[in-house]
Design a binder for this molecule. Structure first.
Ligand SMILES: Cc1ncc(COP(=O)(O)O)c(C=O)c1O
Length: 473
């Protein structure tokens, strides 16, 4: 049994909440281990010089948040369920995200009702008319050349990414395949990879499937904590660093230019690659659009730039793209060939026509307008109920809000409460790999799949649940 020591602050927060937070922290940090017995109520109360009711209330709060379990006649014990491993319980809820009777703030891909079906159908028909059976043959493993040219033109125009020609582009069947191929080409079992924390769980899973060891670095408001990163790079000598430079998933953070420059310098000094996953930069709601790290990598040496079209077009196309350093080209194309020979020729050709037409720009404008409306509506709704004590950093773009719950709330339990009231979102555990002190503190609220009416309904449920949980405290 650990001695629980606490310095009560002389602030507005009740003592039982301060005690609750202090013990919660010890459990989250691993200072108090699963199965460990907590001090008896009377002895802790007298040790801390507080009423027994203070300890009783703190223990009740810990119990209702699943941090501890009461065993009749024996006292309170640290639960086994709050292990810091990635949340897997959540996968059983994936069906719920498609259930139309449930308000969906979980999904981060656009709703099929805003997919550009008619204009894309016209491109498919044009390809069939033009290419006939050739549209159904195997395409080159590095991708259909005209498509690579049109994507490069777009990258040049929008982000000043200036590689010499389309040979530096590799088409992949979605960014997820890109991450998987990066792992296969660059990682051997035991190699270290650095990721942000919290981060996209699909990337962590792909790196781990190669036997890599994933080391995580905390996020600040303008990108990774550089001091922590430098220290971990020095100690672990990673092969690569995986980042999302704009509207990071899930924190919505954008890197400052200073941090991007520091990152590139770090890559040069330590001869490592940076994988820049840039899936949402088009959905920018600010006047000033930031540039990706790849733009700074003028020699095309250190940054593998990865683009998904799932958030800004349609996920089921299963087409993404990588821009990469010369020395990696042939290995990447070989592994792509081993994975699935080539991405769908029909879809690549249709996408090429789509990018070359004015339809692509029109669609981007349309998506931005729709999402700006939803973004502002959710922002106002959150601000209107801010009295419940949650916090968030206003995103400059993207598809979600990353909300820090008041200290007395567990994200997992709050999720269960909202789910039983007909609202789903993503609680933070899924984005953290190891036992992390914040892994149960945040929720990600996405407006990708919910229209204004559903956002209104969902926010009302959220408010009701905040109210109920507040009363329970
Ligand atoms: C950050 C990030 N990268 C990559 C992917 C995978 O994208 P794709 O559908 O292009 O495979 C996702 C999907 O959610 C994502 O959030």
């Amino acid at each position: 049994m650990k001695n629980v020591s606490i310095q009560f602050a002389n602030d507005q927060q009740p003592k039982y909440l301060q005690l609750f937070n202090s013990i919660k922290e010890k459990i989250s940090q691993g200072e108090m281990k699963p199965g460990e017995r907590l001090p008896a109520i009377r002895s802790l109360a007298s040790q801390l010089g507080v009423n027994t009711s203070t300890v009783v209330n703190a223990y009740k709060q810990l119990e209702s948040n699943s941090y501890i379990t009461a065993k009749k006649g024996s006292g309170y014990f640290v639960s086994n369920t709050k292990s810091g491993k990635q949340d897997t319980h959540f996968s059983s809820d994936l069906g719920l995200f498609k259930d139309t009777s449930v308000i969906n703030f979980a999904s981060a891909t656009p709703h099929p009702s805003i997919f550009p079906i008619e204009s894309f159908k016209a491109c498919i028909n044009d390809v069939l008319e033009r290419d006939k059976g050739f549209a159904f043959g195997y395409d080159e493993s590095n991708g259909y050349r005209p498509l690579r040219q049109s994507i490069l033109k777009y990258f040049n125009r929008e982000y000043s990414i200036s590689v010499e020609d389309e040979s530096f582009l590799q088409i992949v069947s979605g960014a997820q395949q890109g991450i998987d191929i990066i792992g296969k080409v660059l990682l051997n079992p035991g190699d270290y990879v650095v990721t942000e924390t919290p981060t996209y769980d699909g990337a962590v899973a792909a790196f781990k499937s190669r036997g890599a060891r994933v080391v995580s670095v905390n996020m600040d408001k303008d990108g990774m904590d550089m001091e922590e990163l430098e220290k971990k790079v020095r100690i672990c000598k990673p092969k690569l660093i995986y980042i999302m430079s704009r509207y990071q998933n899930p924190t919505t953070v954008c890197y400052s230019q200073e941090k991007l420059k520091e990152l590139l310098l770090l890559a040069k000094e330590n001869n490592l690659y940076i994988v820049e996953d840039d899936s949402m930069s088009e959905l920018c709601f600010e006047k000033e659009k930031s540039t990706p790290l790849k733009t700074l990598d003028t020699g095309n040496e250190y940054v593998i730039y990865l683009k998904s079209f799932s958030k800004i077009l349609m996920p089921g196309l299963r087409v993404g793209c990588m821009v990469m350093p010369y020395q990696l080209l042939s290995d990447f194309t070989n592994i792509k060939h081993t994975s699935d020979i080539s991405s769908s020729g029909l879809i690549q050709r249709s996408l090429d026509l789509y990018f070359r037409s004015e339809k692509w720009d029109e669609h981007l404008q349309y998506m931005k307008e729709i999402y700006r409306g939803r973004f502002e509506f959710m922002l106002n709704s959150l601000e209107n109920i801010s009295k419940y004590g949650f916090k968030f950093q206003k995103p400059g773009g993207g598809l979600y809000f990353w909300v820090k719950l008041p200290r007395y709330l567990s994200a997992k339990l709050f999720y269960q409460k909202c789910k039983s009231n007909g609202l789903v979102f993503i609680p933070s555990g899924i984005f953290y790999d190891n036992m992390h002190k914040n892994s149960d503190d945040y929720i990600r609220l996405s407006f990708a799949s919910a229209g204004i009416d559903q956002i209104r309904e969902g926010m009302a449920i959220l408010e009701k649940c905040f109210q109920n949980m507040n009363q329970d405290v």
